[in-house]
Design a protein around this ligand. Structure first.
Ligand SMILES: [Zn+2]
Ligand SMILES: [Zn+2]
Length: 382
């Protein structure tokens, strides 16, 4: 039954004008009219075909559809398709005639594949995820931090409790989609023409519409609201981390679940500390004599000052480890270490006395210094 050629039936070319179509229909309709062909079964069939052809080709939308898909989408054509493949005709082919199995394959394909999962959209829908950026100081990344974020987002409508109906009014089955929540339509795709489904505009996929829409959300089931979200940022968080707050995103549609809130954390750079994993690296300047003679110094860590013993004879560049003075590991009592690199600070201004003492040391070390001032050690001993 599938490949009826409406143009052939009317005896016209595919590119026929509206005028030509009308003319051809009148001629054929007169020829096969039941009044002139009483009892003629063949003429009766012909007349029906001609009428059907004209109904489609005289309607701009139906004709375009027919030219593209070989079907006008009208119930009269290609009908009789099983429940599975209803309205699904390709190139005048009725897929339902292949039997249920074939139809099922396409059904699955549409719902999981190119069709775009329209069915998942029916009824309650999960709210969208939202994101926010938070910048914390290096110190806060050590101790953890709390923030209050003001976020404007969709919330479930309080007035209708998220069902979209004005309280006290009835909710009825959507007449646009007959309660299925979706509208089927033909579409041209890479794979040829396909029946696809889209969410019903009228009910937003719920399959139900209120007698009277909620006066606050106008039936959308959600309202925009400012929300204060308290955020706890754990100690030890590193720059570039993301925290997911489940259910803190946009409200779902039709009382669907909330989306999530994603927080993107930036940690400010610190002038003294550099983080590497859970360890912290820093430098500490000490006087050259502290390195030569040894000392006990205060080292700045993220937990405050800590005493460090510098042994006599410590060279510049020597690294000391302060165990467990690094970053805390998230959700753990474990901490990294603090590494301090010693930099010997050479004095660049000496008093006369200091200069003499250094020169004496140099002499003692048998250093034959080439660059020495006139009034220094050598002149002194002349
Ligand atoms: Zn609907
Ligand atoms: Zn409402």
């Amino acid at each position: 039954m599938a490949d009826k050629d409406f143009y052939k039936i009317l005896g016209i070319e595919r590119g026929a004008t509206d005028q030509e179509i009308k003319k051809a229909y009148r001629r054929m309709a007169q020829k096969y009219h039941p009044d002139k062909n009483e009892g003629n079964k063949e003429a009766e069939t012909k007349f029906k075909e001609v009428s059907e052809a004209y109904e489609t080709l005289s309607d701009k939308q139906k004709r375009t559809m027919y030219d593209q898909f070989g079907s006008s989408g009208s119930s009269g054509y290609g009908g009789g398709g099983g429940g599975n493949a209803g309205g699904f005709n390709a190139q005048g082919f009725d897929f339902s005639s292949f039997g249920g199995g074939f139809g099922d394959i396409f059904e699955n394909f549409f719902n999981g594949g190119a069709g775009g999962g329209a069915r998942q959209n029916a009824g309650p829908r999960r709210g969208e995820d939202i994101g926010a950026n938070i910048t914390i100081t290096f110190e806060e990344s050590v101790t953890g931090a709390e923030r209050e974020l003001e976020i404007t987002k969709s919330e479930k409508c309080d007035h209708c409790k998220g069902n979209g109906a004005e309280p006290g009014t009835r909710i009825k089955t959507c007449t646009s989609c007959n309660g299925t929540g979706e509208i089927r339509q033909m579409r041209q795709t890479l794979f040829g023409q396909m029946a696809t489904t889209r969410v019903c505009d009228e009910c937003g996929g719920a399959g139900k519409t209120p007698d009277q829409k909620c006066t606050v959300c106008h039936g959308t089931t959600r309202t925009r609201k400012k929300d204060i979200v308290k955020v706890k940022i754990p100690a030890g968080i590193s720059d570039g981390s993301t925290i997911r707050l489940s259910g803190k995103g946009e409200a779902g549609i039709n009382a669907g679940p909330y989306g999530d809130l994603y927080l993107h954390i930036s940690v400010k750079h610190h002038k003294d500390f550099l983080r590497s994993g859970n360890d912290i690296h820093a430098e500490q300047k000490i006087h050259v004599l502290q390195g030569v003679l040894g000392d006990e110094i205060d080292v700045k860590t993220v937990y405050g000052k800590v005493k460090l013993k510098i042994p006599a004879g410590t060279s510049s560049g020597k690294v000391f480890k302060l165990k467990n003075y690094g970053m805390p590991k998230i959700n753990s009592s474990i901490k990294g270490d603090h590494f301090v690199k010693i930099i010997l600070d050479i004095p660049n201004k000496l008093t006369k006395r200091e200069k003499e003492l250094y020169e004496e040391l140099a002499h003692n070390a048998k250093l034959n210094l080439k660059e020495s001032s006139k009034d220094g050690f050598f002149s002194h001993f002349k």
